[in-house]
Design a protein around this ligand. Structure first.
Ligand code: ZN
Length: 72
């Protein structure tokens, strides 16, 4: 699935789920990530800079489906 151009991700590669504190990689998105559901629930956020390292710095854990190696 493509990156989401509109609010709140504006084409970002990484999407944080603020509810679960998980980060997703939209360039490797799986159906199980349920990105559109995260956006609908108003739990989606992007990172500045748009990197996995920044998501980790903010306490986000990897999604098991699109990134793997979850630390939980
Ligand atoms: Zn994911």
């Amino acid at each position: 699935m493509p990156r989401r151009p509109g609010y709140p991700l504006y084409g970002s590669r990484f999407c944080g789920n603020m509810n679960k504190k998980e980060v997703h990689d939209l360039d490797n998105e799986k159906n199980l990530c349920q990105i559109d559901e995260i956006i609908r629930s108003m739990h989606a956020k992007s990172f500045i800079p748009d990197t996995l390292e920044q998501a980790h710095r903010q306490g986000y854990d990897n999604c098991a489906y699109c990134i793997g190696r979850s630390r939980r």
